[in-house]
Design a protein around this ligand. Structure first.
Ligand code: ITT
Ligand code: NA
Length: 199
């Protein structure tokens, strides 16, 4: 069965292919980029789960295939959970990872180590063309570095150091990151749901 990955974020697509293959999913995975005629859905939800469901439903409806979507972001304790659902557009330009990261570091420049707790959050949604939906969530907690380190991954990976790690997410290999990440946890939890509802 064809399964649509309702995302245009290249970093997510790479991770999802690895996570879902490792979990034994044998479906044909097709990114939203294969359907350029389908417009991007407005992320009008106020939670990761709402936005993930919006994206999954839009692609399932438009393609007639089951769709899975990810909505994710970085939640900083001292900022009351921001950037949160605004992580991809924190600097004003959607998807400018470097500008988003630089702005966040500037905003936190006076905050010392004990107060730099943060977590990545991911909501993983499955929607079927008939409107059936499921959503599950995963988290990765850690602390924020003052300077970026590492070349793997995407987004805020160079500044989040997971609890119990000495490296940032961008210094973990993709396999190491997927084993502990918010996205890894959420999509591994979604796989049995896909098996149940899609086959
Ligand atoms: P789609 O809506 O097409 O999926 P997007 O990039 O707009 O792509 P989101 O709205 O979910 O997706 O925003 C996710 C942002 O959160 C992303 O741009 C990163 O800045 C950040 N983020 C999410 N997961 C991350 C991870 O594993 N590592 C680093 N940053 C991450
Ligand atoms: Na979002």
């Amino acid at each position: 069965t064809r399964l649509i990955l309702a995302t245009r974020n290249a970093g997510k697509i790479t991770e999802l292919h690895a996570i879902l293959a490792d979990a034994g999913l044998t479906h044909e995975l097709v990114g939203a980029g294969a359907y350029p005629e389908i417009p991007d859905v407005k992320e009008t939800g106020v939670t990761f789960a709402e936005n993930a469901l919006l994206k999954a439903h839009a692609l399932a409806q438009a393609t007639g295939h089951p769709a899975i979507a990810d909505d994710s972001g970085l939640c900083v304790d001292v900022l009351g959970g921001a950037p949160g659902i605004f992580s991809a557009r924190w600097s004003g330009t959607h998807g400018n990872d470097r500008a988003n990261l630089d702005l966040l570091l500037a905003q936190l420049s006076d905050i010392d180590a004990p107060h730099r707790a943060a977590h990545f959050a991911c909501a993983a949604a499955l929607a079927l063309p008939d409107g059936t939906e499921r959503v599950v969530e995963g988290r990765l907690t850690g602390t924020l570095r003052h300077t970026p380190a590492g070349g793997y991954g995407f987004g805020y990976d160079p500044i989040l150091q997971p609890d119990g790690e000495t490296r940032t997410c961008a210094e973990l290999t993709p396999t190491e990151k997927n084993a502990i990440s918010h996205r890894g946890k959420a999509f591994r939890a979604l796989v049995p749901v896909v098996r149940e509802l899609v086959g």
